[in-house]
Design a protein around this ligand. Structure first.
Ligand code: HEM
Length: 401
């Protein structure tokens, strides 16, 4: 199937070949309409047009999101579950997460063995895991962090492929859901002390639209939906290493601090490939730009394509953080984590975390004296999720021989 072969270039390629912003295609044998652009995003995010229930394929739920996840809900059930995530992402909690991850990053860098290369992707995944487990109040011993990081990365890495990566993802999810469901039971039975207001405590005590506590499995799924994507920021940290290597002129302004780090984080999220597109189902027979959309058919919103649309971004294939300095970002234009209002729609609630963590870790990376040995830095657009093939290897200066 062309999606598997072409990855991120699939929907943009279809649009180019048809010369239209709306393309008809098929996904897993089902008819689908591919859309792109701010107006299309508003159409897609309108619950009267497109719903999420039944849109996400089983293999993606069994790896990336978990069955029963917030991603699959609509209407009041969605809004009530979403409030759980939004309550966890405040200005204070963002600062506290960043400080936990910065401390873990510091420990990581200090622990790098002399004279040895390290893989930035792996190191960042462990530092993020160490930081977020502390922030979330989840008891994980230091020697268990690497295994947890590997499982959380596996869930993301294996969602869009068949074969070993996919099976690794399924196993990782099963293992971690069982573990976290047991922790949720312990919190509820007062057998485990976890700080009040920490993510583990908040998820364990959250009540859904029906007034009931989440069953322990669903609670585990949603706890993973906080810690897994936080650790997935390691994809962008590896991209930050890549960008600073390719365009070293950004080191100096990053080191100087200020708003540039946030602009750099936004450009990482816009420029580099991660989430390819979103899917939903037409709630009833619809028409979009003259195209008939039959009830129940798939509607896809091309995120990667929109982030590289020259009508929105001048010279879109140029990495230029400066474009975000003093730019007001509209709710519908920059869409690496979805569009619209996170309170009313499905837009990612974790953008403040992502941007703050990336600003912090990119700045630290810019200040790190290191060499970059020869390696394969290609980023294949046919691999979902993409990443620099080598994971970005570096030799820290303190470890140089
Ligand atoms: C949803 C991307 C980080 C939690 C989403 C969506 C995307 C996305 C594309 C779907 C939006 C939609 O369906 O309309 C990313 C990327 C991240 C990231 C690329 C950085 C690596 C985070 C973080 C959190 C998080 C740090 C932690 C709170 C969620 C949740 C949803 C979501 C709970 C489901 C929202 C809903 O269905 O209402 N994310 N995200 N994400 N993200 Fe993120």
């Amino acid at each position: 199937m062309r999606l598997l072969m072409e990855g991120y270039a699939w929907l943009p390629g279809l649009r180019r070949s048809t010369g239209s912003d709306v393309v008809r295609t098929r996904v897993m044998g089902q008819p689908a309409l591919g859309l792109c652009g701010p107006e299309a995003a508003q159409f897609f995010y309108d619950e009267k047009h497109v719903q999420r229930h039944g849109a996400i394929p089983g293999p993606v739920l069994s790896t990336l999101f978990g069955h029963g996840a917030v991603h699959t809900l609509d209407g009041d059930a969605h809004r009530q579950r979403k409030s759980l995530f939004l309550s966890l992402v405040t200005r204070e909690s963002t600062a506290s997460l960043v400080s936990c991850v910065a401390a873990a990053w510091e420990d990581t860098v200090v622990g790098w063995p002399e004279g040895r290369e390290v893989v930035l992707f792996d190191e960042a995944s462990r530092a993020l895991t160490a930081g977020v487990r502390r922030w979330a109040g989840i008891p994980v011993e230091t020697h268990e962090v690497a295994a947890l990081a590997a499982d959380l990365v596996a869930m993301v890495d294996g969602f869009a492929t068949a074969g070993p990566r996919h099976w690794r993802a399924r196993k990782a999810r099963k293992r971690r859901e069982a573990w976290l469901a047991a922790l949720v039971r312990q919190v509820r039975d007062n057998e485990l002390g976890t700080p009040q207001g920490a993510a583990l405590d908040v998820v364990a005590r959250h009540r859904d639209a029906d007034g009931e506590l989440l069953d322990p499995h669903t609670a585990a799924v949603e706890l993973l939906n906080v810690i897994r994507p936080t650790v997935a920021v390691c994809w962008f940290v590896a991209y930050a290493g890549h960008a600073l290597h390719r365009w070293p002129q950004h080191r100096e302004p990053l080191r100087a601090g200020g708003d540039f780090a946030v602009a750099f984080a936004h450009e990482l999220r816009r420029f580099y490939p991660f989430a390819p597109f979103l899917g939903g189902r037409a709630t009833h027979d619809l028409t979009w730009q003259g195209e008939h959309v039959p009830e129940g058919s798939l509607v896809l919103l091309d995120l990667y394509g929109q982030n590289h649309d020259s009508r929105l971004w001048t010279d879109p294939y140029r990495f230029d953080p400066q474009r975000f300095v003093d730019r007001e970002i509209g709710a519908w234009d920059l869409v690496p984590q979805g569009a619209g209002d996170p309170h009313t729609g499905h837009r990612c609630p974790g953008e403040p975390f992502t941007v703050a963590l990336l600003a912090e870790l990119s700045t630290r990376l810019a200040g790190l004296d290191h060499d970059v040995p020869d390696q394969d830095l290609t980023i294949s657009l046919s691999r979902i999720p993409a990443r620099p093939r080598s994971g970005f290897r570096l030799i820290p200066a303190t470890a140089r021989q």
